[in-house]
Design a protein. Sequence first.
Length: 222
Amino acid sequence: MEFEHVLPADIEKNSMRIIGEELAERGITVPEENIAVVKRAIHTTADFDYAENLRFTEDAVAKAVKAFAGGGITIITDTNMALAGISKPSLAKFGDSAECYMADPEIMKISKENGTTRAVASMERGMEKYPNAVFAVGNAPTALIRIAEMIEDGARPTLVIGVPVGFVNVVESKEYALEVCEKYGVPGIFAMGRKGGSNVAATICNALLYTAAGTVDPDKRW
């Protein structure tokens, strides 16, 4: 079996072309303002369900892109895997940053003392340190629930990305967080249902960062 030698940028461009063609074949139309996020989620997972299960609050993408481009935004993730997947060059372009506190010994201590998950303690620390953060949850529904509770108590983050994966409280946490974000006018992007994951959280962040940087076309990135 022989394989064609293809450069990274060409692989990505061909993949996005194929995704676009298959969306058309399936009769799925994605609003233009959301297409970069949807395509990148499909590109990461090879799962076309994301074309229909991703939900966006009004102008969520435009607001997030503007915030990233303005600089000084910190992304708080609930896994080091998501943290590792977020494009550091794109963050650096605007003076943005990303953090994860899940392995912090102090967070472990606090969560044990309070009888909560480390994810809850991490989100509380993130909100305290960076009230205007982007919160990207790809694993822990408890993190998403806590973010929604803090929004109800007056917090106003720049964006909530709610894509935890699994079977326990996952569907409910997304429905609750989406409802809260819509109620209080907080931008949000959610993968409804059971699907999601740290890779999806990271890829949504990257889609927004690439859009802000004008590097959705990989030729401008490599």
